[in-house]
Design a protein around this ligand. Structure first.
Ligand code: ATP
Length: 371
């Protein structure tokens, strides 16, 4: 007669007090580490001596470091291992989402020329580096710069049925832009309704693959056109880009107010062109003034996600359609954008309610990598 050998540890969380203690210590670690108030946002599960922690933001790049920090913090029994994985849910929006797209984030600026497009592209690249599936929608209909920054100016979307477009793929991001479809000169003379219609088509008639985040490069400003566009897109949240200069800050404030009016959560500010660091002596010069974004952040109770310096490599990589993350001279800048992307995605989990779909599924939608 054969007996199945009993495993020393149970496979389920609930059936052993010892394991329950470890699991609850892990939960405490996760909640403290990411300041997550809500336990339903993440999941800790034991299966065959492997404890899997599923987080509601991308963590593939940080997974090993997180596991080692966890082991330094709690006494994990030696026959257990712990791994961190992402399971990014769909957060709530006021409008029905676009097919296959879990979350849509607007990157906005009140004022033109502050580096909104460069920030949108580098934030998207950073989210992808952290392990998320990311797309970019260039909603800057009057001045699309995403094709240039992704090195895809000579591409145009294929269509299989003459109704929908395949997005363009580059640097592990998918994108669509009016810049792929018409000459910049044509789009720049469109009136409001035509631009709005073009945006609707771009967002709804693109065959987006399954995406954790679609980053939208919004047109600069806070006028009627921007307001209509922000209402047209089922935005989950927004990020506002500004320079530290007073004139840019005043406009960024109007941008924040516009999102507040639309009940779209602002996940934070990115201060671009915060300072210039001399490559010879490392002296930092605050060319556009100092502390601008932090003052604005205080006024609106928002976090500053990053202070990005003026750096020739940002402009060069963008102009040449190269990824900043492939440039070995840009490790410092990469870390700034990675930290902004981490904090932005954690803030989304902390500040935006789960969608009904995610609540019903309990764990959001499964993700696989885009290669
Ligand atoms: N931190 C930075 N350091 C150096 N160059 C930068 C930085 N941020 C942006 N740039 C460059 O400045 C120029 C303007 O940036 P970008 O096009 O992103 O601005 P924008 O706010 O999107 O402009 P618009 O209002 O026209 O949409 C680009 O050439 C970009 O590469």
């Amino acid at each position: 007669m054969f007996f199945k050998k009993k495993s020393k540890l149970p496979d389920t969380v609930n059936s052993a007090v010892g394991i329950e203690t470890v699991m609850s210590q892990i939960k405490n670690f996760v909640q403290r580490h990411f300041a997550l108030p809500d336990e339903t946002l993440f999941n800790v599960a034991l299966h065959k001596r492997i404890i899997t922690v599923s987080l509601p933001f991308p963590c593939e790049k940080d997974a090993e470091q997180l596991a080692s920090q966890l082991c330094d913090t709690i006494a994990l029994p030696s026959d257990l291992t712990c791994k961190f994985v992402s399971n990014i849910p769909m957060f709530a929006t006021k409008q029905p989402l676009v097919r296959n797209v879990k979350n849509i984030v607007a990157v906005s600026s009140g004022k033109g020329g502050v580096g909104k497009s460069a920030t949108a592209v580098n934030l998207a690249l950073a989210l992808s580096k952290l392990g998320a599936r990311v797309g970019v929608l260039d909603a800057d209909i009057y001045g699309p710069s995403v094709p240039l920054m992704l090195g895809t100016t000579n591409k145009s979307p294929d269509t299989e049925d003459n109704k929908t477009m395949q997005p363009i793929y580059a640097h592990k991001l998918v994108s669509n832009s009016i810049g792929y479809l018409v000459d910049n000169e044509h789009a720049s003379i469109w009136r409001g309704p035509m631009a709005s219609k073009a945006l609707q088509q771009l967002i709804n008639e693109t065959e987006w693959p399954l995406l954790d985040y679609l980053i939208v490069d919004m047109p600069p400003g806070t006028g009627d056109i921007q307001l209509t566009m922000a209402q047209q897109i089922p935005l989950t949240a927004a990020v506002v880009v500004t320079t530290p200069q007073d004139i840019a800050l005043a406009d960024a404030g109007k941008g924040i107010a516009m999102y507040e009016k639309l009940s779209i959560p602002v996940l934070g500010l990115i201060e671009n062109m915060s300072y210039f660091e001399c490559p010879n002596c490392a002296t930092q010069s605050p060319i556009f003034s100092t502390d601008g974004a932090s003052k604005l952040a205080k006024r609106y109770h928002l976090p500053v996600l990053a202070e990005v310096p003026i750096d020739m490599h940002i402009r060069q990589n963008a102009d040449n359609g190269k990824s900043l993350f492939d440039d070995k001279n840009c490790v410092g800048l990469q870390n700034i954008y990675l930290q902004a992307a981490r904090q932005m995605s954690i803030n989304m989990a902390n500040n935006v309610a789960l969608s009904d779909v995610a609540k019903a599924a309990n764990v959001g939608i499964d993700i696989t990598r885009l290669d």
